[in-house]
Ligand binder design. Structure first.
Ligand SMILES: NC(=O)c1ccc[n+]([C@@H]2O[C@H](COP(=O)([O-])OP(=O)(O)OC[C@H]3O[C@@H](n4cnc5c(N)ncnc54)[C@H](OP(=O)(O)O)[C@@H]3O)[C@@H](O)[C@H]2O)c1
Length: 199
């Protein structure tokens, strides 16, 4: 199961999961994204605008539950994902979209249900790519990069087209990235790259 399934990362997860034969439960916040994610290859889609996340996971996954989940929303949604995990399940938190522009410390958390984490021995851990690159051995990092490159070359993974912004319009690019349903990711274009027609 993953949250913000329509994100660039989420779409890569869907493609990778299909390649590996793993079924996905995809959580989105807008009903407009449901058919889009199904058409993209998501097996199941839960829309938090219309549906109760926990109830839908029970309907979809049944008593076996969900063994692995990723979350980049945090807050209430991240907490619900942790509750939806099967006993012994693992949640990897790699983003906190719901906390953006929030200043209230209570809004910057993932309020885990203690008894669910303890008695069902769940694992919640973080992931940050920058730290991974800083701690992985050069051999492991190169292996991972070459594996990803191979998957792109074999068209298992497709990288969505970005929307170019000149570097001096960085503030506009950031606010575009925060706009709901923005679709393409903003790409900052350097003056030299523009001369060469590169992004
Ligand atoms: N830890 C790491 O190493 C790492 C590396 C890369 C990215 N990330 C994180 O991964 C996440 C996705 O990044 P991305 O570049 O793939 O994003 P992206 O392509 O810009 O897409 C953002 C997605 O998140 C959804 N979203 C935004 N705010 C939300 C909220 N409050 N609640 C629910 N859904 C929300 C958007 O839904 P709508 O379509 O409805 O707007 C959109 O589908 C971000 O949190 C980013 O920081 C982490």
């Amino acid at each position: 199961m993953q949250t913000a399934a329509g994100s660039t990362v989420g779409r890569l997860v869907i493609q990778l999961a299909r390649h590996l034969g793993i079924r996905t439960i995809n959580v989105v916040r807008r009903r407009g994204a449901v058919e889009e994610i199904k058409a993209f290859g998501g097996d199941e889609v839960i829309c938090t605008e219309d549906e109760d996340l926990l109830q839908r996971v029970t309907e979809i996954a049944g008593p076996a539950g969900v063994r692995k989940a990723t979350d980049c929303v945090a807050g209430h949604v991240g907490a619900q994902v942790s509750q939806a995990l099967a006993p012994g399940g693992e949640l990897v938190v790699y983003g906190a979209l719901s906390t953006h522009r929030q200043t209230d410390p209570a809004a910057l958390t993932i309020p885990l249900l203690a008894r669910s984490v303890i008695y069902e021995t769940k694992v919640v851990r973080g992931f940050w790519l920058n730290r991974w690159f800083g701690t992985a051995s050069p051999t492991d990092a190169l292996r991972a990069l070459s594996e990803v490159r191979g998957l792109v070359a074999d068209e298992v993974l497709s990288i969505p087209q970005g929307k170019p912004f000149p570097l001096e319009r960085f503030a506009e690019a950031i606010s575009f990235a925060e706009t709901p349903a923005h679709g393409a990711k903003p790409l900052l274009v350097f003056e030299d790259d523009r001369d060469k027609g590169e992004e």
